[in-house]
Design a protein around this ligand. Structure first.
Ligand SMILES: Cc1cc2nc3c(=O)[nH]c(=O)nc-3n(C[C@H](O)[C@H](O)[C@H](O)COP(=O)(O)OP(=O)(O)OC[C@H]3O[C@@H](n4cnc5c(N)ncnc54)[C@H](O)[C@@H]3O)c2cc1C
Length: 484
């Protein structure tokens, strides 16, 4: 009989609540990962994202081998695997996941394994099944600021939740061999050479998956950049954010560790977030706040699963989107004639990542200038983002479209030219991605969409004319939202 840790979106050995809890009661734990082809080869899969996953698995396997154990990667449908293997199982430990697909899968696994399946909470610090976040009258929360207050309050009363000190106790090679022998006997395939999975033509130049890399990035960020996070995080050409999103998505780093180390610096009054405004700790407080945003969107997905299909504020599903395919393609390809929008979309297409400010600009442009359903943009991001995360992506799109929680009132519409002047004043970012404009002075680039036909002709540019007039598009968007 085997005690198994089934890793999914928690690909790390440090600060892993699943390992922590499993270690308390079981030893000789067998670490496994099940390569679920349903998730890898779907319509919206992304090769760069898959590579990141494989790199993370390789890193974990290397770490486990150094500890004298191993990571067994099983190439099978998870439910079919447990159907065949359940009689060999003493316990299976997993971390809770919040997407409808994962919930269904875990539900079926639970039907097969009963109380042998032990579910822990390592993806987030608080979830609805362990430490509930809710208002005093037990209502679910619908706005971020309220959630943040309750989250900080809960943590201040339960700081020990971050204390995940343990020496991982994984099985030795003899037990691994015993496990593999059973898999062989049952005809369950395993993957022996993980590096073969990597598609070298789709390797990201910027991101490498794995806990080792995540720890290096985090330690560097915590030493310096985090102090300037608040003042620099919005500027597109500045490397002012942590770029840990894909690591957080795959669980190569834990929110527990991030919160623990931020709070160590903020001190025991960390929950009093207003205290840090205008101090040198404002960056750390702000960073922690972003980690709470991440948890908030998981909470919304968990408590309001309909958001994967519908607007959080369902009345907005009556908007009559225009959904023009040519305009959508121009947006996808970074050819809208709005330099800031095009630079952001080209960054996404080339690197599999986009700056948060960029995500807000292009999302607003798609919905409010092109009048295209936010779900089209959400799906495109899903195909392209290495850090694609159902809850954060869905939350970000709904927020920007003004149909979600904390909706920016729909009449607040980003003006791409103003965004460009404010967050990329010298056009360093635009020039990096829209090379055909690199020779122009910043004022010309910012004002391109507002120039008339003749002014543009004189410039002899190999760059598209704007596909919409922002002022007119803005008026039209207001009507679309008001007409629901
Ligand atoms: C339309 C849209 C789509 C988005 N899609 C995703 C997505 O698929 N996956 C994803 O991880 N984030 C998404 N975000 C949130 C945010 O843009 C990214 O998390 C961030 O840009 C990642 O870069 P970073 O790690 O340098 O972030 P940092 O600024 O360093 O933030 C640290 C971490 O906090 C979390 N975080 C930061 N901002 C947000 C936010 N607004 N919502 C939720 N979590 C946040 C992320 O885990 C991030 O890694 C989206 C935002 C928008 C507006």
């Amino acid at each position: 009989m085997f005690n198994i840790i089934w890793f999914r979106n928690d690909l790390r050995l440090k600060y892993n609540k699943t390992i922590f809890e499993a270690n308390k009661h079981y030893d000789n734990l067998i670490p496994i990962f099940i390569l679920d082809n349903k998730l890898l080869n779907v319509k919206y899969s992304c090769k760069k994202r898959n590579n990141f996953l494989f790199e993370s698995l390789i890193d974990m396997q290397n770490q486990l081998r150094t500890l004298g154990s191993d990571l067994i990667v099983i190439d099978y449908d998870p439910i079919e695997f447990f159907k065949i293997f359940k009689d060999y199982v003493n316990s299976v430990h997993i971390s809770r996941d919040y997407s409808p697909y994962s919930k269904k899968r875990d539900h079926k696994t639970n039907d097969l394994l009963g109380n042998k399946l032990k579910i822990h909470c390592s993806n987030v610090i608080f979830d609805q099944n362990t430490e509930k976040i809710e208002t005093k009258d037990n209502q679910t929360i619908k706005v971020f600021t309220r959630y943040k207050i309750e989250w900080l309050n809960s943590l201040s009363h339960n700081l020990s939740i971050l204390n995940l000190d343990y020496i991982p106790n994984f099985c030795n090679p003899t037990k691994i061999k015993e496990f593999i022998d059973v898999l062989n006997k049952l005809g369950i395939p395993i993957i022996n050479n993980l590096s073969k999975l990597i598609d070298v033509n789709e390797k990201s130049n910027i991101f490498t998956g794995g806990e080792t890399q995540a720890q290096t990035i985090w330690n560097e960020f915590l030493k310096n950049k985090i102090y300037e996070y608040k003042s620099k995080r919005d500027f597109l050409s500045v490397d002012g954010t942590s770029r840990l999103s894909a690591h957080l998505k795959f669980g190569c780093i834990s929110p527990h560790q991030i919160a623990y180390e931020c709070i160590k610096i903020l001190g025991h009054e960390f929950y009093n977030f207003r205290k840090f405004q205008n101090t040198n700790l404002a960056g750390i407080e702000h960073y922690l706040s972003e980690i709470i945003w991440r948890e908030f969107y998981k909470y919304i997905l968990d408590t309001h699963p309909y958001v994967t299909q519908k607007s959080f504020q369902q009345k907005y599903d009556n908007i009559e989107w225009e959904n023009n395919i040519e305009k959508f393609e121009a947006w996808c390809n970074g050819k809208t004639g709005y330099p800031i929008v095009d630079a952001c979309m080209r960054q996404l297409n080339e690197e599999g990542w986009m700056h948060n400010r960029g995500r807000m600009i292009v999302a607003s442009f798609l919905c409010k200038d092109l009048h295209i359903d936010w779900r089209w943009g959400e799906k495109y991001f899903r195909k392209k983002l290495i850090d694609y995360d159902l809850s954060s992506n869905n939350g970000g799109w709904q927020w920007t479209a003004g149909v979600g929680t904390d909706a920016a009132p729909y009449f607040r519409i980003y003006n791409p030219t103003e965004q460009s002047k404010k967050f990329d004043a010298e056009c360093k970012f635009i020039k990096k991605y829209v090379k055909e404009l690199a020779h122009l002075p910043p004022e010309t680039i910012h004002n391109l969409p507002e120039m008339n036909e003749n002014e543009r002709k004189i410039l002899k540019l190999d760059y598209p004319n704007p596909i919409v007039d922002h002022k007119k598009a803005r008026e039209r968007a207001l009507k679309l939202y008001q007409n629901i």
